[in-house]
Design a protein around this ligand. Structure first.
Ligand SMILES: [Cu+2]
Length: 402
């Protein structure tokens, strides 16, 4: 009853009848209303949207020149509809262009979306009513909660999954051929079309379970939709295989599978402990600067790599674009499963700063814990990888001791 009242009072009287219909099928709605010319657009976004699951956003296109005193604006059927979803804070992310379907009520439409991680997304709609030549454009933002935001919440299935189709018998120290397929969850069909993100169709990130070993590769696309690569794993154990892909029109998707490798245990230190914020590799020293300290949970926050020459301490000024950006940052939680989305800042100011050795990224930590970060930059045609381990603490938990 409470829900009913809240939904009822927040909807304009002319939409009351419509709200009743919606409540029957969707318990939690928060309508956004826009009026453009004679058209009224009502957007119904679920009150809580979570990342990593398919979500239905509905909208209604009404013609207010045909107003019914009870039902409100007459629903416009057979409108041409286009939707585009982007994340303004992460400009390099491929856009989602989800299909729009019609709902049972005339004038009602629905978009099936998938948000890869928490944050604020921009939804842009272009709607052309029959008889109109120009589309009406509506945009609104949706705040998506991290998949981890609520404990013990049963996640809905993702739209795609990653499979190593050749089921390799992997032995440490020996090249292992991997045949990778992205499949649709519903039909199990292999996805054959992808949008390019940062110059590649498929970013393959493989880590040992303890995050001590890391590679970022780009497997070769094959005619049947699979991707192939040969990889030599350094030690026995479990490896996490992440595919960062954008099936055509579906936006960014990070998919995970596990590969077991036989052989001797790693010789590296598998303890994951926070490291100093300065590190060196290949003659480059990196100092990591947090935009906020402590690092926030569930909020997009800047992380900057200040790169200097390890010998002269002078700023690095000869960075080359690597995969279409001045740097790339990958972050994985200590659970070996939670992949943090981070993107280089790509505006003019950030690009100019990067030429002076200060490379800024946006990242979003979905939950507390220890994270390992790998920053990748290119100099003289060679990729330099600089890694850090950092702790992201639950501030509330720390204060209250709970
Ligand atoms: Cu890549």
């Amino acid at each position: 009853m409470k829900l009913f009242l809240r939904a009822f009072t927040s909807v304009a009287i002319s939409f009351a009848a419509l709200a009743l219909v919606s409540i029957a099928t969707h318990a939690q709605i928060k309508p956004i209303e826009k009026k453009i010319g004679k058209y009224a657009i009502t957007i119904r976004v679920p009150e809580a949207i979570y990342a990593e699951e398919v979500t239905d956003i509905e909208f209604r296109l009404g013609d207010t020149s045909n107003n019914d005193p009870v039902l409100g604006a007459e629903g416009v059927i057979r409108a041409k509809t286009l939707a585009k979803i982007t994340m303004p804070a992460m400009p390099g992310m491929p856009a989602q262009k989800p299909k729009i379907h019609t709902e049972g009520v005339p004038g009602d439409y629905g978009i099936e979306t998938y948000f890869p991680h928490g944050g604020e997304y921009l939804v842009e709609l272009e709607l052309t009513a029959p008889g109109e030549t120009m589309p009406i454009k509506v945009s609104f933002t949706v705040d998506v909660k991290d998949a981890e935001a609520v404990k013990n919440r049963k996640p809905k299935p993702k739209p795609f999954f990653l499979e190593i189709t050749n089921k390799p018998v992997a032995k440490a120290g020996e090249p292992t051929p991997l045949v990778l397929a992205i499949r649709e969850m519903k039909t199990k069909a292999i996805v054959k079309e992808f949008d390019i993100a940062h110059e590649k169709l498929f970013h393959l990130i493989m880590v040992s379970k303890d995050l001590g070993w890391f590679v970022h590769e780009h497997p070769e696309p094959q005619a049947d939709g699979t991707f192939t690569i040969s990889q030599t794993f350094p030690a026995g154990g479990e490896y996490r295989v992440f595919a960062d892909v954008a099936p055509k029109g579906a936006g960014s998707n990070v998919l995970l599978t596990v590969l077991k490798v036989s052989g001797d245990a790693p010789t590296w230190n598998s303890m994951l402990k926070p490291t100093p914020t300065t590190t060196e590799a290949d003659g480059v020293r990196a100092q990591l600067k947090f935009g906020e300290n402590p690092l926030p949970i569930g909020k997009t926050t800047p992380l900057t790599f200040l790169l200097t020459d390890a010998v002269t301490s002078k700023p690095i000024t000869d960075l080359e674009p690597y995969l279409g950006a001045m740097g790339h940052l990958l972050l994985i939680h200590q659970d070996g499963q939670t992949f943090v989305h981070s993107h280089p800042m790509e505006d003019d100011i950030a690009t100019a700063a990067a030429k002076g050795g200060s490379v800024a990224f946006n990242a979003r930590f979905p939950k507390p814990g220890i994270y390992k970060a790998w920053g990748q930059f290119q100099r003289g045609g060679k990729v330099v990888t600089l890694s850090f381990v950092m702790s992201v603490e639950d501030k509330i938990k720390k204060l209250t001791g709970k």
